[in-house]
Each structure stands twice: as structure tokens, then as C-alpha cells.
Design a protein around this ligand. Sequence first.
Ligand SMILES: NC(=O)c1ccc[n+]([C@@H]2O[C@H](COP(=O)([O-])OP(=O)(O)OC[C@H]3O[C@@H](n4cnc5c(N)ncnc54)[C@H](O)[C@@H]3O)[C@@H](O)[C@H]2O)c1
Length: 292
Amino acid sequence: MTSFTISDDDLQSLKDQVVVITGGSSGIGLATVKRLLGIGAKVVVGDLNEPPEPEKSQVTYLKVDATSWKEQLELFKKAKEKYGTVNHAFANAGIKPTVSLLEDDVDKNGDLLPPKLDTINVNLIGVMYTIKLAIYYIKQNSEGGSIVISGSGSSFRRFSPTDYTTTKHGVTGLVRSLYGNLHPTIPIRVNAIAPSWTDTGILSREMFAAMGDLVQPADVVARSVILLMADKNRHGEMIYSECGKFWEIEKGEDGLNQYASKMLGQSGEGPEEGVFRKLKKMAEEMAAAAKV
Ligand SMILES: NC(=O)c1ccc[n+]([C@@H]2O[C@H](COP(=O)([O-])OP(=O)(O)OC[C@H]3O[C@@H](n4cnc5c(N)ncnc54)[C@H](O)[C@@H]3O)[C@@H](O)[C@H]2O)c1
């Protein structure tokens, strides 16, 4: 599988498009905001913190905790109220790992405490809230649009931070499950980015300094986000970026999704989806017959 490049020309079609972004005040989200503003898109940012200037004056910002359905609902309502439509959403707000499940933390009686769910709540539940709202609002626009989700290199391989990797595998699950439910039936494409180490606020300056050349600037990742929004042929994809290079790793004959079938000597999508579709059809026919 060979890497590819992204030219500025590939990104221009988002002029005047309305884009809702969670976590747009720092790192990959902020780099995406900067690029979108440069292209002439209308950007609506939901984040716990305000974006820095000059972006703050150029976007519509709402203080939003991504783990709150109510606050994310207000974000999408604000975008619709201000611009009349939503074309794209970037489900990006995320935090670093919280627990490994190996902790021995106990309460005052010495009983083992449940795991803290902070990372699950932001990186997975918050992302699901963004996606549900994005589907609802984008489908109201006859041209449709797209959803991009922030995955990571840990969306598809072993990575020790337990809760973080679980949420990022969840991103892969969201792209794979929504793939057949959205475009072309509902005119919304869904894709993910899977950046490797990127210079953002998620880790300390010292940690990034220690990584040296292994860290890419956030703007590299922003280009992959905008490409996935702009290119109407991209659906069900995951763009991995590492040290400034891009690979589409999920789709197509050589992609990860087909790889499992190949390993098992199966053809196409494998038996799970085919049988599920049959069962769903049977259930629908039985429900229809029961109504008669
Ligand atoms: N930096 C990396 O190396 C890297 C690699 C792969 C994936 N990612 C993913 O990229 C995404 C963006 O992270 P980043 O690296 O740019 O980090 P960042 O800390 O620079 O930016 C994250 C933004 O999300 C906001 N945020 C955090 N919790 C929130 C909440 N509950 N509600 C609303 N906003 C919230 C923060 O205020 C911040 O502005 C995350 O999903 C992260 O997992 C980062």
C-alpha cells in the first residue's frame, strides 16, 4: 500500500460550507478550523475552552462539554439557526487515557472501585452524540454532506492505554457500522482520520520534545480531515497519517476491512452482514404481516 499526497486544490470545495467541529479550540481541531477559515467555510466550534484569537472572532463558538447531549444539541441548533444548514461535522473532542483497568483503587471499606469512565465518556459517548446530531441535521440538507471522526493509530492495532484504545477501536466500529446505513440511502458519508503522534495539547511539551522527528504538525492531520469532507467519493475510509505521509487503510481490496475476509478465505463482506440483512428482512416481513 503506497502513501499519497494531498494538494491544496483537493480541499477548496468547502467554500461556504457549514462545518460543526467539537474540540476545535486546540490541536487537530484548531488546525482544521484554521484551514477551513482559509478556504472560506463557515465554522461552528463546540469546546470546553474558547478558541484563541484570531480564530475566535471568525467562528461561531459555543462552550460545550461533549459528554452533554443537551450542550451538543445546542451547538447544532446554533449552527442551523445562524447558517440555515449543516453540511459537515467533525467529531473530534478527545482526551488522553484515564484508566488501565489494572488500578487497585479502593473505597473506605477497602472494596475495589469501578473504573473511571472519563475517556470513554468524551472519546466514545461524546462522539456518538456528535454523530447522531450530525445525521439528523445534515440529512435535512438535500445535498447531504459528511461526518469525519477522530480515530488514531490505536483504532486498528495494539496500543497499551486501555480505555483510549477501546474508544478508538469504537471509532472504527462507528465507521464500519454506519457505512452501510448512510450513503447512498441517506446522503451522508462517514470517514475517520487515524493520526499517529501529532503535536497538540493532548500530551505535554516535554513528551513531544522527547519524540523528536516522530511527531507531525497538527496541520498535516487537518488536511486529511478536510480531504475526507471535500472528496465526495470518500465513504467508509480511514486516513492514517504519520510524519506527514497519508495512507487510506480501511477500504478497497487491500484495506483492513477486506483483510479479515481474505485471511479466512471468505469472499466479500463475510457471512455476518449477509445473514444479518436476511434476519432484518424477515423481522420486517413478520412485523408487516402482524399488522394485516
Ligand atoms: N495528538 C495526537 O498525537 C493524536 C493522535 C491520534 C488521535 N488524536 C485525537 O485527536 C483528537 C483531538 O485531540 P488533540 O490531539 O488535537 O488534543 P488537544 O488537547 O490539543 O485538543 C482537544 C480539544 O478537545 C477539547 N475537549 C476535551 N474534552 C472536551 C469535552 N468534554 N468537551 C468539549 N471539548 C473537549 C479540548 O478543550 C481541546 O480543545 C482526539 O480525539 C485525540 O484522541 C490525537
